[in-house]
Design a protein around this ligand. Structure first.
Ligand code: HEM
Length: 267
């Protein structure tokens, strides 16, 4: 599909997006009840009397179990995955604009720019030695953009029935906590990005995608399909967010312990 699927002005908006705090309104429709993706849980009917057991330890120890429950909770169905795959040709033309927007946005603050000063895995060229010298067209950033492009395309292209998709998303989360996550990152300089920055960036990308989908012309995407794409994307972002968080905070007790320790230090 040609980029003309987007209303005029959207690409200009996207390029101005860094620094703009717009948030398009989107009602959250009720979740669908026909979950077909879970092998672990029975479908939940609205008038169900029995409660199903969720194994708290297994949520932490078994990734596919965790994702299965997250899918069930959010109402992420096989159809949601298919809807995202079908939307790829519409979103494909703006993936590199979104990537450019992400880096322009992260480069606005030292806090989110600093991680890009360090040598990135697989990049062999010269590094910038200060934040001021690190520009958006630096070879390491151009190199990094290729990875982000791949990730963004994957969100729309992935086979959500394949457990490997969730393993990949889980490793993307893990690799920002200092653990390698991927084989190609083993024995390389660890990456540490705070959870807050990751969560906010997911929200920022979500905002851009919501806006993009709203500006696609009616003849290219009906209202019904538009709603389906946004709902499916929203659910994937929620699961990806969880697959970041679980590597930072193992469970609520650990969070409570950390908070108590912090308060003790501050007192
Ligand atoms: C929306 C949340 C985020 C997603 C989905 C994401 C995704 C990714 C992916 C797919 C990679 C490449 C993985 C590979 O090596 O195969 C990567 C690398 C990287 N990310 Fe993120 N990221 C996110 C947030 C952030 C934030 C907020 C920062 C910095 C403030 C950041 C900094 C980096 C850096 C510096 C690398 C390169 C590390 C290296 O190769 O040594 N990421 N990220």
């Amino acid at each position: 599909m040609a980029p003309s699927a987007f209303s005029s002005g959207f690409l200009a908006w996207l390029r101005r997006k860094s620094g703009q705090a717009s948030s398009p309104p989107l009602a959250s429709p009720a979740p669908s009840s026909n979950d077909s993706s879970s092998h672990y849980f029975a479908d939940t009917l609205p008038n169900q009397r029995e409660t199903q057991h969720v194994d708290r330890d297994k949520l932490n120890d078994d990734l596919q179990y965790r994702v299965a429950w997250a899918q069930l909770f959010l109402g992420f169905t096989k159809e949601d995955g298919q809807v995202l795959n079908a939307a790829l040709p519409l979103l494909n033309p703006i993936v590199s604009d979104i990537t450019n927007g992400v880096y322009a946005h992260l480069f606005r603050w030292d806090y989110t720019k600093a991680p890009f000063l360090k040598r990135n895995v697989g990049f062999e060229g010269p590094l910038a030695d200060s934040l001021e010298k690190l520009m958006l067209d630096h070879p390491q950033i151009l190199f990094r953009k290729r990875f982000l492009n791949t990730y963004l395309r994957k969100v729309f292209d992935a086979d959500y029935e394949d457990p490997a998709t969730w393993v990949y998303m889980d490793r993307v989360g893990m690799m920002h906590t200092g653990r390698p996550g991927f084989k190609h990152r083993e024995n390389k300089t660890p990456l540490h990005v705070d959870l807050m920055a990751c969560t906010l960036l997911l929200g920022w990308v979500q905002d851009v995608v919501i806006t993009a989908v709203f500006t696609i012309k009616e003849k290219d995407l009906s209202q019904k399909d538009r709603m389906a794409v946004l709902r499916a994307f929203n659910k994937v972002v929620a699961i990806q967010t969880d697959l970041f968080q679980r590597h930072y905070i193992r469970d609520d007790e650990e969070a409570a312990f950390n908070l108590a320790a912090q308060r003790f230090q501050d007192s």
